[in-house]
Design a protein around this ligand. Structure first.
Ligand code: 6PG
Length: 230
């Protein structure tokens, strides 16, 4: 069964608008309570609508008090067209003028396993060892049920229980085989896990997750809020 809340919306624009409201509310609350807001960005294409909206949400979103992380990254240079950092720069951090000091990119200049270890060290310096960690983790889902860069069939990666970041391999035909991804222990310790799932191609997988007949990696994310238009 889907562990969490499912909100069915009419369009990708409605998903982005709803997500922007939830992120903005979480940001204002985190800054009031803790003086800082940590947001893990999702890659792919669905989040682009949200990121363009968030770029217009100043001053509610005080970027100087935010830390932007990456839920996963392709192991390519940050100016590569398949880079999630590149996508975030184009749709959010550039247009919003997010200071570089507020962005923690995955160090993809390192070999993949070293990049994952280095990013984990960065996250462990940023976040508490126990208790709630990242404020909001944005997530997408592929039609195969992958999320982040945790892919069906990579049982070791999905079952990882100690490390916060690992090197995984994306199967063909996904872009860029070598990935760095956050793991479920880190994601499931966040305050809010927010899925955005759009596209009719994802509907059969989503239905199977809701029915409890399939548990792909996306279904292993606990107590998530799912905003869907499929
Ligand atoms: C990535 C993403 C990945 C994405 C899904 C869905 O780096 O590709 O993190 O997990 O969320 O592939 O992508 P879309 O939302 O573009 O369909």
């Amino acid at each position: 069964m889907l562990d969490g809340i499912l909100v069915r919306l009419d369009s990708p624009d409605a998903v982005a608008a709803h997500a922007a409201d939830l992120v903005t509310q979480a940001c204002e609350q985190a800054i009031r309570d803790r003086g800082r807001f940590t947001l893990a960005l999702a890659g792919g294409s669905t989040p682009k609508l949200l990121y363009r909206l968030l770029a217009t949400r100043k001053p509610a979103l005080d970027w100087s008090r935010c830390v932007l992380l990456f839920g996963d990254e392709r192991c390519v240079p940050h100016d590569h067209p398949d880079s999630n950092m590149k996508m975030a720069e184009t749709t959010l951090t550039g247009p919003a003028g997010v200071p570089h000091s507020s962005i923690l990119p995955v160090p993809t200049h390192l070999p993949p396993a070293q990049a994952a270890a280095a990013y984990e060290a960065t996250l462990r310096r940023l976040l508490p060892e126990q208790g709630p960690g990242i404020d909001v983790v944005l997530l997408g889902m592929g039609a195969d049920g992958h999320t982040l860069s945790l892919f069906p069939g990579d049982d070791a990666a999905v079952a990882e229980s100690q490390r916060w970041c690992i090197h995984t391999k994306a199967p063909a035909p996904f872009a860029v085989p070598d990935r760095v991804t956050m793991t479920l222990p880190l994601v499931n310790a966040a305050r809010l896990r927010l899925f955005m799932v759009t596209g009719a191609d994802k509907s059969p997988r989503l239905d199977a997750i809701v029915a409890g007949t399939q548990t792909p990696p996306a279904a292993m994310v606990r107590q998530a809020t799912w905003l869907v238009a499929t």
